[in-house]
Design a protein around this ligand. Structure first.
Ligand SMILES: [Zn+2]
Length: 269
């Protein structure tokens, strides 16, 4: 199977929709083609990010009980219950029928309205899309062996390296004294714009920090829920947006962000 065909089959493969012969052909190709494996993993990561719980809506507690209670209330009376005149029963049945018909009409209307609205409601927010891009970039940088364009533990080497490559000068701090040594930098793209990627190390783990200017950003920090075994945090300081992503523990990442925030505070520049 060619790379082109493999890429076309990736969505079906992930959905388990391929037949046996295509699945075998695809898996045979994946054993020898790292490019296609990377594409598969990228799509897997993206899917996982889009399936995060914040995109799903759980029915409220108690809904099941309320539906069951209303079904019991409208169930026929048990045998032996005195029955009134037949004509009266027919009227009652007709009333019950209309009641349910009305309920179904409302339900149908709600379904139609929800059908119209859902694509808009379920489309991921720009922040969720950005989080998915950040995660994809992180995974790709580690798998494609393209973690660093400039390898240096010296912030005075890494910072000037970005000059002339970016239309801004990212704040570059070394945190070696706090056991988060700076190990290099890289150019990357997020949401179609060039960003600086700073790479830090914690023991054997890498932390990608994506930085770009955002004059509208208010100083703030937000912990993003873990995805696919990675922890992610974003924050804004001194007119820059920062996103950090890594497989280090959430406590380590929080400590790292706290240290970096302190160093990049506007007053210390
Ligand atoms: Zn291939």
């Amino acid at each position: 199977m060619s790379c082109k065909l493999t890429r076309r089959f990736v969505p079906g493969y992930l959905d388990g929709e391929l037949d046996l012969s295509h699945t075998i052909e695809m898996e045979t190709h994946l054993q020898v083609c790292t490019e296609c494996v990377r594409e598969l993993k990228t799509q897997q990561a993206l899917r996982a990010a889009l399936q995060r719980s914040s995109l799903a809506y759980a029915a409220p507690e108690g809904l099941r009980e309320r539906v069951q209670a209303s079904l019991h209330a409208s169930a026929p009376a048990p045998a032996g219950t005195p029955v009134e005149a037949p004509k009266r029963v027919n009227v009652w049945n007709a009333f019950q029928f209309l009641r349910w018909a009305g309920a179904f009409a409302v339900l149908a209307l709600c379904t139609v309205i929800a059908w119209q609205l859902l694509p808009g409601l379920r489309a991921p927010s720009s922040e969720q899309r950005l989080a998915a891009e950040v995660l994809t970039s992180h995974v790709r940088s580690l798998e494609a062996n393209h973690l660093m364009d400039v390898v240096s533990t010296d912030q005075h080497t890494v910072k000037p390296w970005f000059d002339g490559k970016l239309d801004f000068s990212p704040p570059v701090e070394d945190l070696a004294s706090d056991s988060f040594p700076l190990v290099g930098g890289r150019l990357d793209y997020l949401e179609g714009r060039q960003v600086a990627a700073l790479i830090y190390q914690r023991r054997k783990h890498f932390i990608n920090v994506f930085v770009w200017p955002d004059s509208a950003a208010v100083n703030s920090t937000q912990i993003i829920t873990p995805q696919q075994g990675y922890n992610m945090t974003r924050w804004s300081r001194g007119g820059f947006q920062f996103w950090a992503v890594s497989d280090v523990g959430s406590a380590d990442l929080a400590e790292f962000v706290r240290l970096l925030e302190t160093r990049t505070a506007p007053e210390s520049k």
